[in-house]
Ligand binder design. Structure first.
Ligand code: AMP
Ligand code: GLY
Length: 426
């Protein structure tokens, strides 16, 4: 098979790395990819919002399957574009239809879906310019801290958590009336604050059957002890100690099954990943958010733990036979540490030469923001999150020790690493 993977981050490198291990695969193309994916397959520059260019690529390269990494093309309807095109309609796209991607693309859609299907989540209401006064009243009915969420995609920045009601009122006004997040905040979900520890659970579903993938925990803040600004993620570990079988049974019965049944009941075409952003509130799981894709940096610890051929899993997804599939895992712990550019998530420089990539041992280096410089045969930084170094261990601490010892062998100007990934787990 010839496979096209859309995206260019660590998640897509992890997917490409795993797909490359399948005996079914002839060629892998990654669009746009990065220096790491260029070692696994062929990178092709393409604008992921330009579906006509993607079609040209699929036809030219005789692609048999498309795997969509990030959410934006899914929310924009790439699955539907394929289904409705006479040339592309039989080429499977791994990722939900536009209607399914609404679980990530619209917070109010996701909350209404959860309410309708009795899926545990924070109490909420949605407001817009026509009922903003009710929004101010709703804030009064809640206790601090106040959680305000832009309804639409806002590049991961659309959630505000505010300690006092004055700030919450002002932000509500700014989101709705002053379009703080553009059109994405024309509608705002206000919800109850939930207190607990978060984790990420993933399933691959064909819309009826599903397989549960290893769970993971990511570390979003730039600073140690979860302080400072939010980032795309500074590292991840899998498994997560508190996600024991009792907890995961609750996740499956209260959240996964009603979600998959709800999707089927609404007649939504969904053949892809569902990412459940969960919070453990005194032993009970609640959904903080849905995403319609794998997580990043979770993919960099979860995908290496999947022993089953990923292409077999994707084929079963496309054919609707996932309920007959058994999935196998590596039972060891995987820890993945992100190396980022100094200054990230604020301003940072690109184009710094990366050294030491050939010195590592007992780890997998997934590239995120990297580019190959053909002129002097080097790999350079090309983004905020640069590399993810993943190692296995029989315990969390041994996985972390091995990952960090390799992190220390790789260098670039102004490299920054969080040294406490996994600090809150046993
Ligand atoms: P989201 O984009 O919905 O995942 O929200 C971003 C982050 O805000 C989450 O990962 C949580 O850490 C936090 N968050 C969102 N909603 C809530 C909530 N209802 N209670 C507590 N924290 C929340
Ligand atoms: N790690 C969180 C995300 O991928 O959205």
């Amino acid at each position: 098979m010839n496979i096209l993977i859309l995206g260019g981050g660590g998640r897509e490198h992890a997917i490409a790395w795993k797909v490359a291990q399948s005996p079914k695969v002839n060629s892998i193309f990654i669009a746009p990819g990065n220096a790491g994916t260029g070692n696994v397959g062929t990178n092709i520059p393409v604008d992921l919002n330009d579906f006509n260019s993607i079609k040209t690529l699929v036809v030219e390269k005789d692609i048999d399957m498309v795997i969509v990494g990030p959410e934006a093309p899914l929310v924009a309807g790439i699955y539907d574009y394929f289904i409705n095109d006479s040339v592309l309609k039989d080429i499977p796209v791994i990722g939900p239809s536009k209607a399914g991607a609404m679980l990530e693309g619209s917070k109010s859609f996701a909350k209404d879906f959860m309410a309708k299907n009795n899926i545990p989540t924070a109490a909420y209401r949605t407001f817009n310019s026509s009922n903003i006064d009710e929004g101010y009243d709703f804030l009064k009915s809640l206790k601090a801290p106040y959680v305000l969420k832009a309804d639409g995609l806002a590049a991961g920045k659309g959630v505000l958590i505010l300690d006092n009601i004055e700030d919450a009122r002002n932000e509500l006004t700014s989101m709705i009336n002053d379009q703080k997040f553009g059109e994405a905040s024309s509608h705002v979900v206000i919800e109850e604050f939930l207190s607990g520890i978060e984790l990420s659970v993933f399933v691959l579903t064909d819309g009826k059957g599903y397989v549960i993938l290893p769970e993971a925990k990511d570390y979003k803040r730039i600073g140690e002890a979860d302080t400072g600004l939010n980032t795309g993620g500074m590292g991840s570990v899998s498994p997560v100690s508190f996600a024991n079988s009792e907890f995961m049974k609750k996740v499956e019965s209260r959240i996964i099954i009603p979600t998959v049944e709800g999707i089927a009941c609404d007649g939504i075409d969904y053949k892809g990943f569902i990412f459940f952003g969960l919070i453990n509130v005194e032993g009970n799981p609640y959904v903080i958010e849905y995403n319609c894709r794998m997580g990043d940096p979770e993919a960099e610890s979860v995908i290496p733990r999947i022993s089953t051929d990923l292409v077999d899993l994707f084929e079963a997804t496309a054919q609707g036979s996932l309920s007959t599939v058994e999935i196998e895992f590596d039972t060891r712990t995987a820890a993945s540490i992100m190396l980022v550019s100094g200054g990230y998530p604020g301003n940072y420089d690109k184009g710094k030469v990366i050294s030491g990539l050939d010195n590592v041992n007992n780890c997998i280096v997934f590239h995120a923001g990297t580019a190959r410089d053909i002129d002097n045969n080097s790999v350079k930084t090309n983004g905020g999150r640069v590399l993810a170094v993943t190692s296995f261990g029989d315990s969390l601490s041994s996985a972390l020790d091995l990952a960090y010892s390799n992190v220390d062998l790789i260098d670039f100007d102004a490299k920054y690493v969080r040294r406490d990934i996994g600090f809150d787990l046993e």
